[in-house]
Design a protein around this ligand. Sequence first.
Ligand code: G6P
Length: 368
Amino acid sequence: FLVDKGNHRHFMEKEIYEQPEVIAHALGHYVNFIENRVVPISDAIDFGKVPSLAISACGTAYLAGLIGKYWFERYARLPVEIDVASEFRYREIPLSPQSAALFISQSGETADTLASLRYCKEHGLKIGAVVNARESTIARESDAVFPILAGPEIGVASTKAFTCQLAVLAALAVGAGKARGTISGEEEQALVKSLAEMPRIMGQVLNSIQPKIESLSRELSKCHDVLYLGRGTSFPLAMEGALKLKEISYIHAEGYAAGELKHGPIALIDENMPVIVIAPHDRFFDKTVSNMQEVAARGGRIILITDEKGAAASKLDTMHTIVLPEVDEIIAPMIFSLPVQLLAYHTAVFMGTDVDQPRNLAKSVTVE
Ligand code: G6P
């Protein structure tokens, strides 16, 4: 069937703005909004019993998996082994046949991800697929399919598939926590309630941040290098921000764990390289602020993406601040994805690149 851009300039923009709707749809499959409970979705994988979980994927899907790792470990106390599929498939990872493995893929056809899946299958693990394309090879070869229900994603740079992957992984992690008895019934309800609020908050953010993002993007489009920093789940998101920017604007960007700043990237800090700091006011906030101080002390220019509480608490003379509403920790990665995606999008638009079809990239990589 035909998918058009509607009123948007690019599919990527349309897909960014579709997120409140598709996330609500995806979540509806995994949670009961009336009782604020996760719904049991698969008998094939018993998350209550598995000793560990393996996750493998490529590109943006891998970064979604990395955020998933934080959730499975925190909420379900489930150890997670994760790697990019091109390494995972060859590392000869010792895997327990009692374990389960999750493969995250928008297309469900990525060659390396499929090879990792087959490696796990040969070792007797139960296989789960977090996919957008339900008829794909990865879905067909799995014991359990967890659809992300994002609808067709046309832009090569993944946006709505990423946040839908996150929403599904969050629901699965909460479900696993419940099955393992590592979260209480009240905690489950509080977490699901936060997930349920996500579409509304996303809509609110999308309706308000565009002018600010556009003026910052104009500045970014003049830069050659950009550094993204974050801690906790904001660390994979920093890597996703850097990936998105380089994919579509061709500006060199790196995502780093904020705590690693002094182990390398600090040598690069000068007034020419903006540092984008992703820092909701969470339990890591003060630590990230001290990293920002290190950047500021060396003349670095900071773009701080934070929430209202974080903006009030950081007394730094930052170059710019993007202020989002305060949200519960479990939904912060999805909410903070929005400015990250829009910064990359508008920067690419200012650069005049082919946003939906960036050079040298393919939507689906079916060769090794
Ligand atoms: C390509 C795409 C990326 C995607 C990655 C994994 O590199 O350009 O957007 O994240 O493949 O694709 P998959 O379909 O497995 O999610």
